[in-house]
Design a protein around this ligand. Structure first.
Ligand SMILES: Cc1ncc(COP(=O)(O)O)c(C=O)c1O
Length: 356
């Protein structure tokens, strides 16, 4: 079984871009580069040279970190690029469909719209902490449904799809759809990554990012992991030289042992702050619900979300409001202890104004 049959027919036999050869200790007159090495920045590799078409060291290091083989992983410019690549590779404009759950991360819709793919939205179970219902997903699938995005832990609800339910979805769709599990927030919960399942399910793709737990949103680095044959096609679709030399070197450094230990400590702090903030928020009369979260944010229902948002903004604290079915909710990212205290100070003044 292979989901390569779901790839746009014109891309199935696409070859990787034929880039100029790069060989160490040679005189490189084959890529129209400048011979003059720039003095800007302090990089290990010369900036006058193109980076590797695909950064091999980084690919191996990220594969080790994410628990797959290097050939099962493509390094991308944030997981946002991976979402775009997957949709462009699998969906024919005006014909194929992408299934997303709602509420969830809006970028799936954004890239589906850009590609001209149809969007099927399946509501999560609001009364059950926005649990994803696999039976509703299966009932909503059409013949054209190439991709099913499952965000776990989900943004903005913090909900995790249990492993057994994911496996039920993978099995039921088989080679009819690729299941794309977005694990942007996986490090903040206690469930292991589903990259473990890559050897068992040929229709599984997993998105990972360095923007959250590792703290490198500014470096723009993420990855998509999946079956080797699919990764090869995604790699052929991705722009050559996608990862710039400064990014490659920054991320190589970020994956050093001491940096990883610092990142783990930061994750532990975020989890502790998440629990402290959740308990503190529940003490306000105007906070009606704080959902359990396996991520670095909390979804909170307010008596008057718009007023709370405005009030916090006036106190220099920005929060995220989504509207729609979450009109009475606000998503609060977990900041440092000091930042979270400033949020609580702002909410104290809201309480003291007599808001209820
Ligand atoms: C669920 C989810 N996936 C992917 C992303 C994109 O992350 P990045 O492109 O920074 O890797 C985000 C960003 O907020 C997200 O919430």
């Amino acid at each position: 079984m292979s989901i390569t049959r779901l790839v746009r027919p014109e891309l199935r036999s696409l070859h990787a871009y034929d880039a100029a050869e790069q060989v160490d200790d040679t005189i490189r007159l084959n890529a129209n580069e400048s011979p003059r090495r720039s003095t800007i920045g302090n990089f290990r590799r010369p900036l006058n040279r193109y980076p590797e078409v695909r950064p091999q060291n980084l690919q191996s290091a990220l594969a080790r970190r994410f628990g797959c083989e290097p050939e099962q992983l493509l390094v991308t410019r944030g997981s946002s690029e991976a979402i775009d690549l997957v949709i462009r590779t699998f969906c024919r404009a005006g014909k194929d469909s992408v299934l997303v759950t709602s509420p969830s991360f809006s970028m799936y819709r954004h890239y589906a719209e850009i590609q001209g793919a149809q969007l099927i939205e399946v509501e999560t179970l609001a009364a059950q902490d926005f649990a994803i219902d696999v039976d509703t997903i299966l009932a909503a699938c059409r013949d054209t449904t190439r991709l099913i995005f499952v965000c776990s832990p989900n943004n903005p609800t913090g909900t995790v799809l249990p492993r057994a339910e994911l496996e039920r979805l993978l099995t039921a769709r088989g080679e009819a759809s690729a299941i794309v599990v977005d694990e942007a927030y996986i490090e903040f919960g206690d469930t292991p990554s589903v990259t473990e399942l890559l050897g068992r399910y040929d229709n599984l793709l997993v998105l990972r990012t360095l923007s959250k737990a590792l703290g490198f949103a500014g470096a723009r680095c993420g990855a998509v992991a999946g079956p080797e044959v699919v990764i090869r096609i995604l790699s052929a679709v991705q722009a050559p030289y996608a990862l710039a030399t400064p990014v490659v070197e920054c991320v190589e450094d970020a994956l050093g042992q001491d940096q990883l230990e610092l990142a783990e400590e930061a994750v532990r702090e975020t989890i502790a702050e998440r629990e402290r903030l959740a308990a503190a928020l529940l003490r306000y009369d105007f906070v009606h619900k704080v959902w359990p979260s396996a991520a670095n944010f909390l979804l909170v229902r307010f008596a008057d979300a718009a007023a709370a948002l405005r009030h916090c903004q006036a106190h220099n604290v920005l929060l995220r409001h989504f509207g729609g079915s979450l009109g009475d909710c606000i998503r609060i990212s977990i900041g440092s202890r000091n930042e979270n205290d400033q949020l609580l100070d702002a909410l104290d003044t809201l309480r003291d104004k007599g808001h209820d």
